[in-house]
Design a protein around this ligand. Structure first.
Ligand code: HEM
Length: 105
């Protein structure tokens, strides 16, 4: 079992290729099927040991960055750059994800 296909089950996640964080908000934190299928840290006996630490770090770091900067996509980035490339782990096809950080007043 692996995350890539599970996270793209169109029955659970309609239009799975679209980046749509709203799907979690609209369903009030996710339907029971979405919660069951969502497993970025995998599940079971070999589940990621750092899951809780990673979730906390992601929330703290994202909050600190977004409070200090307005973040936008660099003009030179294209949709093709961000297409996913499977290399055991996924990475963006263009091998870059350039963002612009503008300090907030
Ligand atoms: C967003 C961040 C992270 C993601 C998405 C992630 C994801 C994963 C995944 C998919 C596995 C494989 C589980 C399996 O084999 O079924 C794993 C294993 C593991 N992760 Fe993470 N991880 C993250 C952060 C961390 C952090 C911060 C730590 C430690 C501080 C950590 C420690 C470990 C360890 C020790 C294992 C091996 C567990 C085992 O085989 O028993 N991970 N992680």
């Amino acid at each position: 079992m692996q995350c890539y296909t599970t996270h793209r089950d169109p029955v659970v996640f309609p239009d799975p290729e679209s980046f749509s964080p709203d799907r979690w908000i609209k369903s009030n934190g996710g339907t029971s099927e979405m919660k069951e299928a969502f497993m970025p840290f995998t599940k079971g006996t070999r589940v990621c040991l750092g899951k809780n630490l990673a979730m906390m770090e992601l929330k703290v770091i994202t909050t600190i960055i977004l409070r200090r900067f307005h973040v936008s996509i660099a003009a030179e980035m294209t949709m093709e750059d961000m297409a996913m490339k499977d290399h055991f782990l996924l990475f963006p096809q263009g091998k870059k994800c350039k963002l612009v950080f503008t300090p907030r007043n």
